[in-house]
Design a protein around this ligand. Sequence first.
Ligand code: ADP
Ligand code: MG
Ligand code: MG
Length: 899
Amino acid sequence: MTSYVYDFAEGNKDMADLLGGKGANLAEMTRLGLPVPAGFTVTSAACRQYLTTGRAPAELDRQIRLHLTSLERSCGRLLGQAADPLLLSVRSGARHSMPGMMETVLDIGLNDYAVLGLARSAGNERFAWDSYRRLVQMFGNTVMQVDGAVFEDALTRLKEQCQVADDTRLDTAELIRLVETYKDLIREHAGEAFPQDPAEQLRRAILAVFASWNADRARLYRRREHIPDDLGTAVTVQRMVFGNLGPDSGSGVAFTRDPATGRPGVYGDYLPNAQGEDVVSGTRNAVPLQELQRLDPHSYNRLLAHMRQLESHYRDLCDIEFTIERGVLWMLQTRVGKRTSQAAFAIAGQLAQEAVISTEEALERVDGEGLARLMFPRFDTSATSEVLARGTPASPGAAVGAAVFDSAEAVRRSADGEKVVLVRQETTPDDLPGMIAAEAVLTSRGGKTSHAAVVARGMGKVCVCGTGSITVNEAERAFSTAGATIREGTVISVDGSEGTVYRGAVPLVESEVMRSFETGRPHPGKDAAQVVTDVHRLLAQADATRRLEVRANADTPQDAARARRFGAQGIGLCRTEHMFLGDRRPLIETMILAHTDAEREAALAALLPLQRQDFIEILQAMDGFPVTIRLLDPPLHEFLPDRTELAVRAAQREARGQDTDPHDHELLRAVNRMRETNPMLGLRGVRLGLVVPGLVAMQVRAVAEAVVARIRADGDPQPEIMVPLVGAAQELTLVREEVERVWTHVTSAAGITVTCPVGTMIELPRAALTAGRIARNADFFSLGTNDLTQTTWGFSRDDVEAEFFSAYLDKNIFERSPFETIDREGVGRLIELAVAEGRESRPGLTVGVCGEHGGDPDSIHFFHRAGLDYISCSPFRVPVARLEAGRAAQRSSTGPQDG
Ligand code: ADP
Ligand code: MG
Ligand code: MG
């Protein structure tokens, strides 16, 4: 027969699926011999059955009665007996902690007779009636569905009549009146009387806790936290202990160390003469836990000893609830506590050092997202500021600036040196200049994959989106909240890690962790040094464990140098298109407009020394590490002025009676000629190299000459040339011939022998499908997962993310954008195929990834399992990638595989 009820003595901490976190940990504390009021837990299986069929299991009533009887026997008291009655709490507790989302009813067992018995046995009438009114209120609200405000209003009215501010000041007679009022209210609103039968109270309270699993707020919380809806909650029934018996009683919450910093010590709050809920509800002011040392040193010392025992038993930070009843300490709850990222690193690091946990376990307890959060500047949380709004924390970090309402204003003000926050209903690609100029982006609409969120994350900009509580009026240049209107120019602070918007400039503190990477040495200072040490210790552990190498995507010497400081082992993607922009644009224009070979060659020759210098500097910054240089990828017309702009210029001249500027005229013709309906699928990548004579040769020559220069300067350049957008083996073969021709020409002329691997990107489904053939002529593969995702799904990333991704996410077509996390089912299969067939035809083929997924923790775990050699990501993301690559290696060698 199925057991639906477990005594505390029968459970343990590993039974949370069945007993919920609360029930499992109460059982564990009982086993450890800590003072836990006796009780039992009804399983989540019983709840699931109740929720799906509308009826509790037939056996449940009998099992509860049996456990209740033995509880009564062990307490020497009966539920509902007139003298010294046993009282119970009925508590919710699911597998995953859902703080405050479900219900708990205290003081079950009181009725019009038992309250008198309780008064006598406790020698305290006021306490008995206070407990009774709490029960009637909680039961009326939770079980009988009477609006909580009905009771609150009655209580407020009574306090006014009695002219007291605090309900601890109500005397016995007044509490008796209150209980009567509450019972009347229940009859009025629920259409039945408050049940006097304790057994009925217990039974109905348990079912009400089951039902609270499906309360609106609980559902909402689960959706946000990705907790499945079908788990159900367990229900714990426990003997009451009383913190409200007078000044020698009280209740409190405590942490075994500081959940903000991870530092060991005593942290918590204590409220004398109070029952559970009072501490958290904030109706009365609690005192710091240390006060208890003065108030009740005996209980304080016992509490500390229990906390030490719990921390070493759980080998982690624990948070606990306790109550003191007339000088006797009772433990009411414990769990492994939530913590900040900083505390996560500190605790994992310290416990590993103390050999409480293994270094492997330490690595399991931190993660890349947490590290990323530690790298952003943060608000000084000790400063108090007015919260204007809360939205979705879309891109972490903290930023301060004047609110502006369009892109142009953002650009204008930031050009004058002002820091701005771009506030929009939502952003579009037209807002890009403003987003670049702004410190942060704040939107009222859109979720984590809205345009604003995606672009901001890509740029490492702070972003809070979907802030429904603000109304953005772009025309009036203001946004309003329930209580305030914020006009353009008002300084606001945006916390992208928390999703909070403040009025005014909240002071910022630079991240010590970031500084330690930037300067290559931990910053001195007490607090600062510790988090830095913690982070670097765990990173070293990850480095020692990982198989994946970590490279960076870097196009400039500055980025390359930073990547190296952050621990990159090379460049996985050096894009050359950026080297064609800015003041070099005219040169590329000339090349595009060239009528003759001679003109084109002249333009290319002018570009050559500039490119060469770029490569020299990048190779120098990455000396001794591989640098993968990608040949020009985007369509050439991206280097020409915008068509509309040219047309407008021509129209204006015409209106003024001037002739068209001949250069503009030619540009416009070229733009018209080269216009493409789907530029993403047009003349770009390897196709450019094959149809624009001289382009590949110039780029290869620039690389080769840079290598020669570096060798002459005693450097150790390790270039690799990468061909983009290959779809057929023949394309690569043709380009490769040209690369080798130029390479040999330059290096042999210089009298130097240095090889340069030539590889290809795999970013078209056809490339993945024919990887075996392509590999014959490729020294390496680099997975271009951005384009591979676009072309596999047929999604144009810039268009779809703003247009309909939020609808797709709502409809559960995918849980996360495939541009954020690799789509294992589709794109992932192509990757596995490419790796397998590529290595089959060329054993030992190096395979890396250079798409943005290279910096995404989930994707990194996939790449590890797919057998890749390296991942490449933005320089700032390198530490995150190192950490996650280490965790991935460890998980596949020890733990269960996810997904
Ligand atoms: P939550 O999950 O919201 O914290 P709990 O089940 O922990 O709900 O209970 C709410 C409050 O009631 C807590 O402060 C808890 O310590 C207190 N409480 C629960 N059971 C008892 C009990 N048997 N005796 C005294 N206080 C209790
Ligand atoms: Mg609790
Ligand atoms: Mg690409």
